[in-house]
Design a protein around this ligand. Structure first.
Ligand code: PEP
Ligand code: MN
Length: 349
């Protein structure tokens, strides 16, 4: 249930609502908007009637939330969530889509990483991505450099000012990864690792949550709900493709429609990863364009200084000159979009 207070509701009115919610075993979460204060009531709605709350002083509206996810729901929060970083970079709402680029894995080659980071900075990308702990389908594949990779990422941030995105695979590494990362990535394979979601819920860093390879949109939003319910509302969703029956030409089926569907039902920002979404270099440009057109708040692309020698995902990685070309085209496209209106609900219903 969500309770929207009147514009002129007093602090006493708000407290009275919180008190009655608490008496009935609800957890009340307060959101003070520019105009209205909104109270999220998480609990069993059969114990307290909607009409009883509606009759209270200062209450404007009580809405029952039909979706199982609540904190992630657009019903609970109409305006887009915008995630802001200390250097002023913003993700979500009417902001220009951001770019997160870098190698799949950070390798033992700092110069290679720095080449990508410097090019990213010069072009105007905001984030350097790179895995230190890699989830690999085969136990025989390179699974990341661990802390050394985090150190290289931090060094590259120092050199360029880019924000660092890196994956956390296990709760035991939470503090370590938090110490180095600006954004913590939860990978597709861990989308429903609920202990991990709870752990990042308790940390203060923004989280990129990648869609599980076989997750429905509802399961995806419920995974985000776990992070939010545990205290961290800075969640960035990432569509990176789902398993399909046809893997002859693409690694995954990039679900472009997930972007406007999620924009309609959730206020959270969503980015698109065409690299894992397709597994093919030549599909990065068209699918990144598609993502931007349907309203993505950012694009994540694997870029390697020498894709032929990459220790993971070389086949889908762009070289620096290839990405430069794609980036210029994507920016031309972004320039034609009416971003000032935001990317939300701008499609005719
Ligand atoms: C990655 O971003 O390198 C990665 C492993 O992605 P995903 O979890 O989407 O497969
Ligand atoms: Mn990868």
């Amino acid at each position: 249930m969500i309770i929207i207070m009147e514009k002129n509701a007093t602090a006493e009115n708000i407290q009275a609502v919180i008190n009655i919610l608490n008496e009935h075993g609800f957890r009340a979460i307060l959101h003070e908007g520019d105009v209205h204060t909104v109270i999220d009531a998480l609990g069993d709605k059969t114990t307290l009637s909607q009409s009883r709350l509606e009759a209270m002083d200062g209450v404007n509206q009580v809405k029952l939330i039909r979706q199982p996810y609540r904190m992630a729901s657009r019903d609970r929060k109409e305006e887009d969530t915008v995630i802001e970083f200390s250097n002023g970079v913003k993700i979500g709402g009417a902001n220009r889509p951001v770019f997160m680029i870098g190698p799949c894995s950070v390798e033992d080659d700092y110069d290679g990483l720095l080449q990508v980071a410097q090019a990213a900075k010069e072009m105007g990308c905001q984030f350097l991505r790179g895995g230190a702990f890699k989830p690999r389908t085969s136990p025989y594949d390179f699974d990341g450099l661990g802390e050394q990779a985090l150190k290289y990422l931090a060094q590259a941030r120092e050199a360029t000012g880019l924000l660092v995105v890196t994956e956390l695979m296990d709760v035991v590494d939470l503090d370590l990864v938090c110490n180095y990362a600006d954004v913590i990535q939860i990978g597709a394979r861990n989308m429903q690792n609920f202990r991990l979601l709870k752990a990042v819920g308790k940390c203060k860093k923004p989280v990129i949550l990648k869609r599980g390879p076989a997750a429905t949109i509802q399961e995806f939003l419920l995974a985000a709900e776990h992070i939010m319910y545990n205290g961290n509302e800075q969640v960035i969703l990432c569509e990176r493709g789902v398993k399909s029956f046809d893997s002859a030409f693409t690694r995954n089926l990039l679900d472009i429609s997930a972007v406007p569907v999620i924009k309609k039902h959730s206020h959270l920002p969503i980015i698109v990863d065409p690299s894992h979404g397709t597994g093919q270099r030549y599909l990065i440009e068209p699918m990144a364009k598609a993502g931007i057109i349907v309203g993505a708040d950012g694009i994540m692309v694997e870029v390697h200084h020498n894709p032929a020698k990459a220790l993971s995902d070389g086949k889908q990685s762009l070289s620096i000159p290839q990405f430069k070309e794609v980036f210029a085209k994507l920016n031309n496209l972004i320039d034609t979009l009416p971003l000032e209106k935001g990317k939300t609900n701008s499609f005719t219903e």
